[in-house]
Write a protein that binds this ligand. Structure first.
Ligand SMILES: [Zn+2]
Length: 121
């Protein structure tokens, strides 16, 4: 995966992590501060584009729990060691559309379906 794209997913994942942690604390910094993205600090690592912000915000309506946080942490670790976007089961590249929908995906679509059929996820 290209460095630029990787950086984008990393930003989303870090923001997701923050949001989940806040949600777990019963707080939501972003939800309580809708003006957060109005700041113009492109150098700020927490700066998000409108699309990215929407994605992070959508976590609020998801059933947030510890397991998602673990997946996000797992994905961030994989970015660090250069394994992000690679299916943990078959080693193939995870579909872009899937990563877009779920940046914390561990498996490609076919492995995920296989695991679901076997009742492992
Ligand atoms: Zn796979």
């Amino acid at each position: 995966m290209e460095e630029k794209e990787l950086g984008k997913y990393r930003r989303i994942l870090i923001a997701m992590k923050r949001e989940i942690e806040n949600a777990l604390d019963g707080l939501s910094e972003i939800a309580n501060n809708p003006n957060t993205t109005d700041s113009h600090y492109p150098d700020d690592p927490s700066y998000l584009s409108a699309d990215e912000y929407e994605k992070v915000k959508s976590i609020n309506i998801m059933n947030v729990d510890q397991s998602i946080l673990e997946l996000v942490d797992n994905a961030l670790t994989k970015i660090e060691n250069g394994k992000y976007g690679i299916c943990e089961l078959c080693g193939k590249v995870i579909e872009k559309g899937r990563l877009k929908a779920k940046p914390h995906s561990r498996y490609c679509v076919s492995c995920r379906e296989k695991l679901e059929k076997e009742g492992k996820v």
